[in-house]
Design a protein around this ligand. Structure first.
Ligand code: GP9
Ligand code: MN
Length: 650
């Protein structure tokens, strides 16, 4: 160092030299921090490389802004930016130690989060944390010490442009590679962990700030009069309960079983003469099961989170991204909140990280009392793990133990992950052959679906053993398609038909089972979708849904609306399908006769209007302006999902 400082014209006497040194320091520190302090689940060479590369672009860019300043001020700007980046990094390290998550802009304004940290902040600090700031002192020294001769000339527009352009090039390469590894990373959001893994801590902060500002500006434009039109609509489209079913499950526990990537075609499907899902097939026929065979998923980019969003709220997911992520700060009147007024305890069980799909934030807004995420499960056996968390059998096994601790009646959702794309399964666990289409995802799907089927049967047995079964209503639903249109060629072999747009829409059916001992079962052919679940379930529990802003209607009601709206404005119905601006006759699968176009267009307008109103509620956070009679507004600050709290209170 001394040599460098003393030699005339050496690296440190040029601002560019100092900049390069400081960029290298920030790059190294951030890389080391990101690999040692966060559990980002980095897999494979490309992800490793991205984790290595991502701090470089942002270090070059942010620190590069100092080139825009003149004389000595560029040194002080460089030092200030370096210090701020270091503080941001360290703050996230400390926050992560407690929450296993990254700081979001709204959390900074919600004192509750820091309240959770409370007195424990000190215990989160470690002696070696000083190392996070050693480099800051070096940078301060280099930038301010009189012993290093400063280059106070004006940098010049050209040099600044070159530096910033180079920084942008590195960042763009980073983004492109991230898109290859995780398509639609920024539009869909997925998980804060992912943004940090692919784009780094600093870009994550920018991403989070932009999303927060976008959401809050839409929210700011809305006012209380906007809800009136919505309430007029939901009141007029309300379907009154069917007396034969209203209250048949009153006071019972609700157990939602989320069937990851299950499509209806797999139910009763035979592969080489063998049933793929024997347990679910028998459940569909069970005299205590209402099985819906014209039930569709209505999800878009938010996939699982869209499915959940609809069934909890009877509001549509958003056309882009996931409402779970971008609207995690809204007020909701979701099932857990509604049922709380009826004495229900609520919980979600999921063997993946709590931050995925922003669940750990939005569940509090829904009023969930407990969220048992991966932290509550033993995930130490590698063989037990699927790509998105614990495999279904150990997951159900461990979930049962947790479920038994809940006070009754409870409202719960158990989210499986085993049958998730790309449907890989350790062959020791496989009990059916792979398919034989030659398309790996499609062929593997049969094995993971079979595995899930066995796991569900195991869970039913556990419920019977614990006695919960007799007092529960169990609802199993497919969340979205598992096999996308990219696999149509193989799917044509599976279903033995050519896949036209009409058939492709038919494949968007997902299974829905409503099962409860004592309920009058049947195979129900009503057309419906995930948006209809909440009013259906409320009515089964004997709770009228009329006062709530819900866009679906009770599947069992005589007045149920059988137009299934898809998120892109397409629809399916018993008579007409609308796909990509074209109408099809559901009797023939062919283009609709001209004589029916007027009717089809009227339905299309109705669908568009409904989606528009739902988006208005979600984008404008309109439920904050309306409290239905008898509904107690949710106070998210009451909930804390970290493991320690649960253990203490039990
Ligand atoms: C992850 C899981 C998967 O926690 O729910 O979500 P998906 O990729 O299906 O939307
Ligand atoms: Mn899913």
């Amino acid at each position: 160092m001394k040599n460098l400082v003393n030699k005339k014209g050496n690296l440190l006497n040029h601002f560019l030299g100092i900049y390069i040194l400081v960029v290298l320091m920030m790059w190294t520190k951030t890389y080391i921090t990101q690999t040692t302090q966060f559990d980002l689940g980095v897999e494979g060479g490309l992800q490793q490389f991205l984790l290595f590369l991502n701090p470089l672009g942002s270090a070059m860019l942010f620190l590069g802004f100092s080139f825009l300043f003149k004389g000595k001020r560029k040194y002080s700007t460089l030092a200030v930016i370096y210090t701020l980046m270091s503080i941001l990094l360290y703050a996230n390290v400390v926050y992560y130690r407690f929450f296993s998550d990254f700081i979001t802009l709204p959390t900074i304004f919600q004192t509750q989060n820091f309240g959770d940290l409370g007195g424990s902040v000190l215990s989160l600090l470690k002696p070696y944390d000083l190392l996070f700031f050693v480099d800051v002192f070096v940078v301060l020294y280099v930038c301010f010490s009189k012993r290093i001769k400063k280059d106070t000339s004006t940098v010049g527009y050209k040099k600044a442009t070159v530096v910033i352009t180079l920084a942008l090039v590195v960042s763009i390469i980073n983004l492109q590679l991230a898109e290859i590894s995780r398509p639609q990373l920024l539009t869909r959001g997925f998980d804060r962990n992912y943004i940090v893994k692919y784009l780094g801590m600093y870009n994550y902060t920018i991403y989070d700030s932009v999303e927060t500002i976008k959401a809050s500006s839409k929210r700011a434009l809305a006012d209380s009069s906007d809800i009136t039109e919505v309430i007029n609509y939901t009141n007029s489209s309300y379907a009154k309960p069917n007396a034969a079913y209203f209250g048949v499950a009153e006071g019972k526990n609700v157990i939602y079983l989320h069937l990851e990537s299950f499509q209806s075609f797999i139910i009763n499907y035979q592969l080489n003469g063998e049933e793929v899902t024997p347990f679910l097939n028998s459940l569909a026929k069970d005299s205590n099961t209402l099985y819906f065979d014209n039930f569709f998923h209505q999800t878009a980019q938010g996939k699982t989170s869209d499915a959940e969003f609809m069934l909890e709220n009877s509001l549509f997911g958003l056309p882009q991204g996931s409402a779970y992520i971008t609207k995690g700060q809204n007020e909701y009147q979701a099932a857990p909140g509604i049922l709380k007024d009826y004495g229900y305890t609520s919980a979600v069980f999921h063997g993946n990280e709590g931050s995925f799909w922003n669940r750990n934030v939005i569940y509090k807004k829904f009023g969930y009392d407990h969220f048992f995420d991966a932290n509550y499960y033993d995930t130490s056996f590698e063989d037990d793990m699927a790509e998105y968390g614990l495999l279904d059998k150990p997951f159900f096994e461990q979930s049962s133990a947790l479920l038994n601790t809940l006070p009754q009646p409870f409202y719960t959702k158990v989210i499986t992950v085993g049958n998730h794309y790309p449907y890989k399964l350790n062959q020791d666990l496989a009990t059916i052959d792979k398919g034989n289409t030659g398309d790996a995802s499609v062929d593997n799907y049969f094995q993971t679906a079979r595995y899930a089927d066995e796991a569900i049967q195991q869970f039913f047995n556990q419920l019977k053993e614990s006695g919960l079964y007799d007092n529960s209503i169990i609802i199993l639903y497919g969340d979205h398609y598992g096999i996308s249109e990219n696999h149509n060629e193989a799917m044509e072999q599976v279903i033995g038909k050519e896949i036209s747009p009409y058939e492709s829409t038919n494949l968007q059916r997902v299974p829905l089972f409503i099962h409860s001992p004592g309920i009058q079962g049947e195979i129900n052919h009503t057309y419906g979708g995930q948006i209809d679940l909440l009013p259906t379930v409320l009515h089964l529990l004997g709770i009228n849904s009329q006062n709530f802003v819900q866009f679906g209607t009770d599947l069992l009601s005589e007045q149920h609306n059988e137009i299934v709206s898809f998120r892109n404005g397409d629809f399916a119905s018993p008579e007409i399908y609308s796909i990509d601006e074209k109408f099809y006759d559901n009797k023939t699968g062919l283009l609709l006769d001209d004589s029916q176009l007027e009717k089809a267009n009227a339905i299309k307008n109705e669908v568009d209007y409904k989606l528009h109103l739902s988006d208005k509620v979600v984008n404008g956070d309109l439920l904050r302006f309306y409290t239905p009679t008898g509904f107690t507004r949710v106070d998210p600050s009451k909930y804390n999902y970290t493991e320690n709290t649960y253990e203490e209170s039990n």
